[in-house]
Design a binder for this molecule. Structure first.
Ligand SMILES: Cc1ncc(COP(=O)(O)O)c(C=O)c1O
Length: 425
């Protein structure tokens, strides 16, 4: 099979929608997805043999690009010893120690296999800890696809304009209250109206309605309100952890959450995620406490080995995040300049190695601002960039990712492609 179109037709016969995650389907940009054959560093190659600069990086995990030598070596070494045991290995403790060292306010972790499991388990734990039922999430924030969090979710849900999902019970959704991102009044109103709020979950650097960072002042007030109301604050750093900075959002503004969820980078491209909190909360988990949580492949040795190599590498290079941040800034500023020359209004943003842009005349501070963006212009731009060998996320409501294998020369090439692409709109 050497043709993307045919491969997609074939996949559609056997896989629902031809893809195993809806965001991959390229629907928002009116195209068929590319089938990827291989990746190396900053590049991916599709089955037609075309090469692309990859700004998706598996939706975030690949901080060091494709086939990083050290991560691959560590994973192979683990595989030789056995793919899975369903019993503790030393690797789990090592990765937990490496992650926790960056978050002094967290005592313990528990590993799971996906970000969805991490946030779902964090919510259960918060409910178990507070013995309350309601949760607050923010419009446009995506925390995976567990029922109670599939309400006003961003990402794929925003792309398809279905803010929640069929199959999520009304009785479940009723317990999920939705506040407005970067708007503390909307949070205060919910706390005033309800006295049984177990937790507030937020992406402190939202990457699922496009890239929209929370203001530090807003997060600080959020932490204060949670404390005053004895509600648990959950920072979902599945995307921003070890991406926005080595210490995620915490490394940017020092604001501490009670529970933090991780994913993506901590698995180095293999399926691993985690949630962590102070001991008082974590010790409520089974087998110590009454909050049940489990997983056959949780802490899988291959994923742990890839994660250890990835996090060790991230810690070793003291300039890594500075370099990545400079490249993300260079790219987003270049995109803005290129758009301006073609009279295209564009809002750009970068946080650490994450970047985003909206075809929008006004600054984007929340989901309502984001959805006012011009999705048709984005689709045309996406197609034009793809034709020039630049693989961007196939929706405007996603974040882009810089990897360590990129450099200024490559970024400038992409900016030049953007100059040409904007002219075509
Ligand atoms: C912030 C955030 N939380 C949770 C998730 C869910 O993670 P997973 O896709 O591994 O289930 C994602 C996925 O993109 C995410 O970005």
């Amino acid at each position: 099979m050497t043709n993307n179109k045919k491969a997609f037709e074939e996949a559609c016969k056997f896989i629902a929608g031809g893809v195993n995650s809806p965001v991959r389907a390229f629907k928002a940009v009116g195209q068929d997805p590319l089938f990827i054959n291989s990746g190396k560093g900053a590049f991916i190659k599709d089955i037609e043999g075309r090469s692309y600069i990859d700004f998706v990086q598996s939706w975030g995990p690949l901080l060091f690009g494709h086939c990083d030598k050290e991560i691959a070596r560590a994973t192979k070494k683990a595989l030789k010893k056995g793919a899975s045991f369903g019993a503790p290995t030393l690797l789990e403790t090592e990765l937990a120690r490496l992650v926790l060292a960056e978050f002094p306010h967290l005592d313990k972790l528990r590993f799971v296999s996906s970000g969805t499991e991490a946030t779902m388990s964090a919510i259960r734990l918060a409910r178990g800890f507070t013995k309350r039922e309601k949760i607050i999430k923010f419009e446009g924030c995506y925390h995976g696809h567990s029922d109670s969090l599939l309400v006003s979710a961003g990402s794929g849900a925003a792309t398809f304009n279905t803010p929640s999902s069929l199959g999520v019970l009304q009785s479940t959704a009723q317990n999920t209250l939705v506040a407005k991102y970067n708007d503390i009044t909307s949070v205060k109103e919910l706390f005033n109206a309800h006295n049984d709020i177990a937790c507030v979950i937020i992406e402190p650097v939202a990457g699922n309605m496009g890239l929209v960072p929370a203001k530090a002042e807003f997060l600080a007030q959020l932490a204060k309100i949670c404390k005053e109301n004895n509600a648990v604050l959950i920072f979902d750093e599945v995307m921003s952890g070890f991406r926005a900075s080595l210490q995620g959002s915490f490394g940017i503004n020092g604001i501490k959450a009670d529970i933090v969820t991780f994913g993506k980078v901590i698995g180095g491209g293999l399926p691993a995620a985690a949630f962590g909190a102070r001991a008082e909360i974590m010790d409520l988990l089974s087998p110590l406490g009454g909050v049940y949580q489990a997983g056959t492949l949780s802490g899988n040795p291959l994923a742990m080995a890839a994660g250890i190599a990835s996090i060790k590498k991230a810690k070793k290079d003291k300039n890594l995040y500075l370099k990545l941040g400079k490249m993300a800034f260079r790219l987003s500023s270049g995109l803005k300049e290129a758009a301006a020359t073609a009279n295209v209004p564009l809002q750009v943003c970068s946080v650490g190695s994450m970047f985003g842009f909206f075809f929008n005349e006004k600054e984007v501070l929340n989901y309502q601002d984001a959805i006012k963006s011009d999705t048709k212009a984005f689709a045309k731009f996406h197609k034009a960039m793809l034709a020039r060998g630049v693989y961007l996320a196939c929706s405007q409501f996603e974040s882009g990712f810089i990897c360590a294998k990129m450099d200024d020369k490559l970024i400038d090439k992409v900016i030049n492609a953007a100059f040409e692409s904007f002219k075509e709109l």
